[in-house]
Unconditional design. Structure first.
Length: 280
Protein backbone atom coordinates (compact mmCIF):
# COMPACT_ATOMS: atom_id res chain seq x y z
CA UNK A 1 0.00 0.00 0.00
CA UNK A 2 1.27 3.48 -0.80
CA UNK A 3 0.59 7.13 -0.07
CA UNK A 4 1.02 9.16 -3.25
CA UNK A 5 2.48 12.65 -2.89
CA UNK A 6 1.96 14.93 -5.88
CA UNK A 7 4.28 17.95 -5.88
CA UNK A 8 6.89 16.10 -3.85
CA UNK A 9 9.80 18.21 -5.10
CA UNK A 10 8.57 21.42 -3.47
CA UNK A 11 9.25 22.76 0.01
CA UNK A 12 6.50 20.84 1.78
CA UNK A 13 7.02 17.75 -0.36
CA UNK A 14 10.68 17.53 0.58
CA UNK A 15 9.79 17.95 4.25
CA UNK A 16 7.06 15.32 4.07
CA UNK A 17 9.31 12.76 2.41
CA UNK A 18 12.07 13.37 4.97
CA UNK A 19 9.51 12.69 7.66
CA UNK A 20 7.88 9.76 5.85
CA UNK A 21 10.28 8.20 3.33
CA UNK A 22 7.75 5.41 2.83
CA UNK A 23 5.45 7.83 1.01
CA UNK A 24 5.69 7.69 -2.79
CA UNK A 25 6.67 10.88 -4.64
CA UNK A 26 4.88 11.63 -7.89
CA UNK A 27 6.86 14.07 -9.99
CA UNK A 28 6.28 15.82 -13.28
CA UNK A 29 7.88 12.93 -15.14
CA UNK A 30 5.13 10.62 -13.87
CA UNK A 31 2.23 13.08 -14.02
CA UNK A 32 2.60 16.58 -15.45
CA UNK A 33 -0.36 18.37 -13.92
CA UNK A 34 -0.14 21.08 -16.58
CA UNK A 35 -1.13 18.52 -19.22
CA UNK A 36 -4.80 17.57 -19.44
CA UNK A 37 -5.32 13.87 -18.85
CA UNK A 38 -1.92 13.32 -17.24
CA UNK A 39 -3.33 12.57 -13.79
CA UNK A 40 -5.88 10.15 -15.21
CA UNK A 41 -3.22 8.34 -17.24
CA UNK A 42 -0.93 7.98 -14.23
CA UNK A 43 -3.69 6.71 -11.96
CA UNK A 44 -4.70 4.04 -14.48
CA UNK A 45 -1.61 2.13 -13.38
CA UNK A 46 -0.38 3.55 -10.05
CA UNK A 47 2.89 2.17 -8.64
CA UNK A 48 1.10 0.01 -6.06
CA UNK A 49 -2.16 -0.20 -4.17
CA UNK A 50 -2.96 3.36 -3.11
CA UNK A 51 -4.12 4.07 0.43
CA UNK A 52 -4.10 7.87 0.31
CA UNK A 53 -3.30 10.87 -1.91
CA UNK A 54 -1.67 14.12 -0.81
CA UNK A 55 -1.60 16.92 -3.37
CA UNK A 56 1.01 19.61 -2.82
CA UNK A 57 1.44 20.56 -6.47
CA UNK A 58 0.41 24.04 -7.55
CA UNK A 59 1.13 26.92 -9.87
CA UNK A 60 2.28 29.33 -7.15
CA UNK A 61 3.78 32.21 -9.15
CA UNK A 62 1.11 34.68 -8.06
CA UNK A 63 2.06 37.48 -10.44
CA UNK A 64 2.60 35.18 -13.42
CA UNK A 65 -0.87 33.77 -12.84
CA UNK A 66 -2.27 37.15 -13.91
CA UNK A 67 -0.86 36.82 -17.43
CA UNK A 68 -3.60 35.88 -19.93
CA UNK A 69 -1.30 33.41 -21.65
CA UNK A 70 -0.97 31.47 -18.37
CA UNK A 71 -4.68 31.26 -17.57
CA UNK A 72 -5.12 27.79 -19.02
CA UNK A 73 -2.18 26.17 -17.26
CA UNK A 74 -2.97 27.90 -13.95
CA UNK A 75 -6.50 26.51 -13.97
CA UNK A 76 -5.34 23.09 -15.16
CA UNK A 77 -2.74 22.72 -12.37
CA UNK A 78 -4.61 24.38 -9.50
CA UNK A 79 -8.19 23.32 -10.21
CA UNK A 80 -8.68 20.66 -12.87
CA UNK A 81 -5.88 18.27 -11.87
CA UNK A 82 -6.81 18.22 -8.15
CA UNK A 83 -10.38 17.53 -9.19
CA UNK A 84 -9.25 14.53 -11.24
CA UNK A 85 -7.30 13.19 -8.25
CA UNK A 86 -10.35 13.62 -6.04
CA UNK A 87 -12.57 11.87 -8.58
CA UNK A 88 -10.25 8.86 -8.71
CA UNK A 89 -9.97 8.85 -4.91
CA UNK A 90 -13.74 8.88 -4.50
CA UNK A 91 -14.25 6.01 -6.94
CA UNK A 92 -11.59 3.91 -5.20
CA UNK A 93 -12.53 4.78 -1.63
CA UNK A 94 -9.20 6.48 -0.94
CA UNK A 95 -8.82 9.59 1.25
CA UNK A 96 -7.26 12.67 -0.31
CA UNK A 97 -5.77 15.82 1.18
CA UNK A 98 -5.36 18.88 -1.05
CA UNK A 99 -3.20 21.77 0.15
CA UNK A 100 -4.64 25.20 -0.58
CA UNK A 101 -3.88 28.80 0.33
CA UNK A 102 -4.81 31.75 2.50
CA UNK A 103 -5.19 33.69 -0.75
CA UNK A 104 -8.70 32.30 -1.23
CA UNK A 105 -9.78 35.04 1.20
CA UNK A 106 -10.26 38.68 0.17
CA UNK A 107 -8.17 40.01 3.07
CA UNK A 108 -10.63 42.69 4.13
CA UNK A 109 -10.88 41.72 7.80
CA UNK A 110 -9.60 44.29 10.33
CA UNK A 111 -6.03 43.81 11.49
CA UNK A 112 -5.99 41.34 14.38
CA UNK A 113 -8.91 39.31 13.05
CA UNK A 114 -8.41 35.92 11.44
CA UNK A 115 -10.18 34.18 8.57
CA UNK A 116 -12.17 31.23 9.97
CA UNK A 117 -12.40 27.85 8.31
CA UNK A 118 -16.02 28.56 7.42
CA UNK A 119 -15.30 32.13 6.32
CA UNK A 120 -16.48 33.40 2.97
CA UNK A 121 -13.76 33.02 0.31
CA UNK A 122 -13.56 35.78 -2.27
CA UNK A 123 -10.12 35.82 -3.91
CA UNK A 124 -8.68 39.05 -5.23
CA UNK A 125 -6.27 37.54 -7.77
CA UNK A 126 -6.15 34.82 -10.43
CA UNK A 127 -4.02 32.50 -8.30
CA UNK A 128 -6.53 32.63 -5.45
CA UNK A 129 -9.46 32.07 -7.81
CA UNK A 130 -7.82 28.99 -9.31
CA UNK A 131 -7.06 27.57 -5.87
CA UNK A 132 -10.63 28.18 -4.72
CA UNK A 133 -11.95 26.33 -7.75
CA UNK A 134 -9.61 23.47 -6.89
CA UNK A 135 -10.89 23.43 -3.31
CA UNK A 136 -14.48 23.21 -4.46
CA UNK A 137 -13.80 20.41 -6.91
CA UNK A 138 -12.00 18.40 -4.23
CA UNK A 139 -14.60 19.02 -1.53
CA UNK A 140 -17.49 18.16 -3.86
CA UNK A 141 -15.88 14.75 -4.42
CA UNK A 142 -15.28 13.97 -0.75
CA UNK A 143 -11.67 15.09 -0.45
CA UNK A 144 -10.23 17.27 2.31
CA UNK A 145 -8.63 20.70 2.01
CA UNK A 146 -5.74 21.98 4.12
CA UNK A 147 -5.15 25.72 3.81
CA UNK A 148 -1.84 27.29 4.71
CA UNK A 149 0.12 30.46 4.03
CA UNK A 150 3.54 32.11 3.89
CA UNK A 151 5.35 28.78 3.57
CA UNK A 152 9.14 28.69 3.69
CA UNK A 153 11.98 26.28 4.36
CA UNK A 154 15.70 26.62 4.87
CA UNK A 155 16.83 25.11 1.59
CA UNK A 156 15.16 26.50 -1.50
CA UNK A 157 14.48 29.95 -2.90
CA UNK A 158 11.83 31.55 -0.74
CA UNK A 159 11.25 34.66 1.34
CA UNK A 160 13.21 33.45 4.37
CA UNK A 161 16.31 32.34 2.48
CA UNK A 162 16.23 35.49 0.34
CA UNK A 163 16.06 37.80 3.36
CA UNK A 164 18.83 35.88 5.14
CA UNK A 165 21.05 36.24 2.07
CA UNK A 166 20.31 39.96 1.75
CA UNK A 167 21.17 40.44 5.42
CA UNK A 168 24.56 38.83 4.92
CA UNK A 169 25.54 40.64 1.72
CA UNK A 170 24.65 44.07 3.08
CA UNK A 171 21.44 44.83 1.20
CA UNK A 172 18.79 46.82 3.06
CA UNK A 173 15.46 45.69 1.59
CA UNK A 174 12.19 47.59 1.35
CA UNK A 175 9.37 45.25 2.43
CA UNK A 176 5.61 45.76 2.58
CA UNK A 177 4.27 46.36 6.06
CA UNK A 178 0.51 46.33 5.46
CA UNK A 179 -0.17 42.69 4.52
CA UNK A 180 -0.85 40.44 7.51
CA UNK A 181 -0.52 36.70 8.10
CA UNK A 182 1.60 34.06 9.82
CA UNK A 183 4.68 32.30 8.44
CA UNK A 184 4.63 28.51 8.17
CA UNK A 185 7.75 26.37 8.18
CA UNK A 186 7.39 23.50 5.69
CA UNK A 187 8.20 21.00 8.45
CA UNK A 188 5.17 22.17 10.45
CA UNK A 189 2.78 21.58 7.57
CA UNK A 190 4.44 18.26 6.70
CA UNK A 191 4.06 17.04 10.29
CA UNK A 192 0.36 17.92 10.30
CA UNK A 193 -0.24 16.24 6.93
CA UNK A 194 1.51 13.07 8.07
CA UNK A 195 -0.67 12.95 11.18
CA UNK A 196 -3.78 13.33 9.03
CA UNK A 197 -2.72 10.51 6.72
CA UNK A 198 -1.92 8.37 9.75
CA UNK A 199 -5.48 8.62 10.97
CA UNK A 200 -6.00 11.89 12.82
CA UNK A 201 -9.62 12.89 12.42
CA UNK A 202 -9.88 16.11 10.47
CA UNK A 203 -12.78 18.19 9.16
CA UNK A 204 -13.37 18.82 5.48
CA UNK A 205 -11.30 22.02 5.70
CA UNK A 206 -8.35 22.61 8.04
CA UNK A 207 -6.07 25.57 8.57
CA UNK A 208 -2.37 25.01 9.32
CA UNK A 209 0.16 27.81 9.88
CA UNK A 210 2.67 28.70 12.53
CA UNK A 211 1.03 29.95 15.72
CA UNK A 212 1.64 33.17 17.61
CA UNK A 213 0.98 36.81 16.83
CA UNK A 214 0.16 38.01 13.35
CA UNK A 215 2.92 39.77 11.48
CA UNK A 216 3.58 41.51 8.18
CA UNK A 217 6.10 40.68 5.49
CA UNK A 218 8.22 43.49 6.92
CA UNK A 219 7.89 42.07 10.43
CA UNK A 220 8.85 38.63 9.12
CA UNK A 221 11.87 40.08 7.33
CA UNK A 222 13.02 41.92 10.44
CA UNK A 223 12.71 38.72 12.48
CA UNK A 224 14.88 36.95 9.90
CA UNK A 225 17.52 39.69 10.01
CA UNK A 226 17.63 39.56 13.81
CA UNK A 227 17.82 35.79 13.89
CA UNK A 228 20.85 35.66 11.59
CA UNK A 229 22.59 38.31 13.66
CA UNK A 230 21.90 41.50 11.72
CA UNK A 231 20.16 44.75 12.59
CA UNK A 232 16.43 44.39 11.87
CA UNK A 233 16.25 48.15 11.47
CA UNK A 234 17.94 47.71 8.09
CA UNK A 235 14.59 46.49 6.75
CA UNK A 236 12.58 49.51 5.60
CA UNK A 237 8.79 49.33 5.93
CA UNK A 238 6.78 50.38 2.87
CA UNK A 239 3.13 50.19 1.84
CA UNK A 240 1.72 47.89 -0.82
CA UNK A 241 1.12 50.94 -3.00
CA UNK A 242 4.86 51.63 -2.92
CA UNK A 243 5.55 48.14 -4.25
CA UNK A 244 3.01 47.60 -7.05
CA UNK A 245 2.65 44.07 -8.40
CA UNK A 246 0.58 42.60 -11.26
CA UNK A 247 -1.48 40.59 -8.76
CA UNK A 248 -3.31 42.28 -5.93
CA UNK A 249 -2.52 40.78 -2.51
CA UNK A 250 -5.01 40.43 0.36
CA UNK A 251 -4.55 42.92 3.20
CA UNK A 252 -5.18 40.37 5.95
CA UNK A 253 -5.02 36.71 4.91
CA UNK A 254 -4.30 35.38 8.41
CA UNK A 255 -5.90 31.98 8.94
CA UNK A 256 -7.73 31.08 12.13
CA UNK A 257 -5.92 28.06 13.58
CA UNK A 258 -6.47 25.81 16.62
CA UNK A 259 -5.65 27.43 19.94
CA UNK A 260 -3.02 24.80 20.74
CA UNK A 261 -0.88 22.23 18.99
CA UNK A 262 0.96 24.24 16.32
CA UNK A 263 4.50 25.55 16.96
CA UNK A 264 5.03 29.28 17.30
CA UNK A 265 6.23 30.68 14.01
CA UNK A 266 9.12 32.56 15.64
CA UNK A 267 10.38 29.35 17.27
CA UNK A 268 10.24 27.47 13.98
CA UNK A 269 12.05 30.28 12.21
CA UNK A 270 14.86 30.42 14.78
CA UNK A 271 15.32 26.66 14.64
CA UNK A 272 15.44 26.69 10.85
CA UNK A 273 17.82 29.63 10.58
CA UNK A 274 20.09 28.36 13.30
CA UNK A 275 20.38 24.90 11.78
CA UNK A 276 20.38 25.51 8.06
CA UNK A 277 20.71 29.11 6.94
CA UNK A 278 24.08 29.77 8.46
CA UNK A 279 25.78 28.83 5.19
CA UNK A 280 23.47 30.73 2.85
Amino acid sequence: MSVLVFGASGQVGRALLRLRPDFVPVGRAQADLAVAGSVDSFLLTPPSDVEAIVNLAAFTAVDDAEKPENAGVVRQVNAVAPGRMASWAQVHGVPMWHVSTDYVFPGNLPVGWENPVDGQPRPVNAYGRSKLEGERRVLNLGGRVVRTGWVYDAEGRNFATTMARLARIGVNPRVVDDQYGRPTHADVLATELAAMVDGRQTPAISHVTGSGPLTTWCGFAREIFATVGHDPGRVKAITSSEYPTPARRPHNSALQIPATGLPAWRDSLRAALGLSLIHI
